[in-house]
Design a protein around this ligand. Structure first.
Ligand SMILES: Nc1ncnc2c1ncn2[C@@H]1O[C@H](COP(=O)(O)OP(=O)(O)OP(=O)(O)O)[C@@H](O)[C@H]1O
Ligand SMILES: [Mg+2]
Length: 255
């Protein structure tokens, strides 16, 4: 049997940030001594003392929490506090994490996203979200009422972002940007903008209910919806982001 990443679980191994086992993770994917030294100093400035290996993503044979195009994410410790550390990839298409941190703070002010703990040129430290990516969670056959609760909470968070004027930018790729534990957490604000028109609710609603891999999985449990009614409600909301128009979206989704 082929072991998929979803059903393999690795035990946690806590390593001092200077452990040689972490060299290639801290400067993934290209090691350079000067970059490595800078990043160790940055970790120290954030109070990060250790990195805990574990998770379903494997990078250079090490299990970690996650990997994307901009960063790799590892569980880490600042003293006794556990946090998620996003480390800028050395081949990322941006030179610093400054913009992402700025947008992340705006999201936090709107009550959205894991709380940002600190930031340096190459690092973002934030609360660690224990849970499953929504795509895996949706495959685990949650009950209809739990799914409705999670879908509503995602849309409420999106409404808060719309009201705050922050467009996440990647909620049409919902599968990679929501982690579900007790409730859902929207992550990754690197593509956000305060100047684009906000379309968080519309992008997420389409991803949850209408098109794509998450919608296909959730629809099996949430049941069919009146697509025309939903599309009409979303069009009206798209014109003016009022609470009444948002409530009409929720109403059309029968959640
Ligand atoms: N706060 C967190 N707690 C736990 N895991 C996290 C956290 N933030 C991110 N992750 C994990 O790390 C993965 C990569 O994080 P993130 O999406 O921020 O990186 P990225 O490089 O911007 O990715 P992408 O290229 O998909 O946009 C996520 O899919 C998730 O599995
Ligand atoms: Mg990203």
């Amino acid at each position: 049997m082929r072991l998929s990443q979803q059903n393999v679980s690795f035990s946690d191994e806590e390593l001092d940030i200077r452990s040689s086992k972490l060299l290639s993770l801290i400067t993934y994917p290209h090691y350079s001594e000067s970059e490595y030294k800078d990043r160790i100093i940055e970790m120290e400035s954030l109070g990060i003392t250790s990195i805990i290996l574990g998770g379903k993503t494997i990078v250079n044979s090490a299990p970690i929490a996650g990997k994307g195009g901009v960063g790799i994410v590892v569980k880490s410790k600042a003293g006794s506090k556990v946090c998620a550390l996003k480390i800028r990839r050395t081949d990322a298409d941006r030179k610093t994490m400054d913009n992402e941190a700025r947008f992340h703070k705006i999201a936090n002010s709107a009550g959205v996203g894991p709380t940002l703990q600190g930031q340096t040129k190459n690092l973002i430290a934030m609360d660690f979200v224990t849970g499953q990516r929504i795509i895996d969670w949706a495959g685990n056959k949650a009950s209809r009422s739990k799914m409705c609760t999670v879908a509503t909470a995602i849309l409420e968070q999106c409404f808060s972002l719309d009201v705050a004027g922050l467009d996440h930018g990647e909620l049409s790729r919902l599968a990679r940007h929501v982690i579900v534990s007790d409730g859902p957490s929207i992550i990754d604000f690197e593509s956000a903008s305060t100047t684009r028109k906000t379309c968080n609710v519309t992008a997420a609603a389409q991803s949850i209910f209408l098109y794509g891999i998450v919608a296909n999985k959730l629809r099996m449990i949430l049941g069919n919806i009146d697509r025309e009614k939903v599309i009409h409600a979303l069009r009206t909301y798209k014109k003016i982001h009022t609470r009444a128009n948002f409530d009409a979206v929720l109403d059309s989704l029968l959640i």
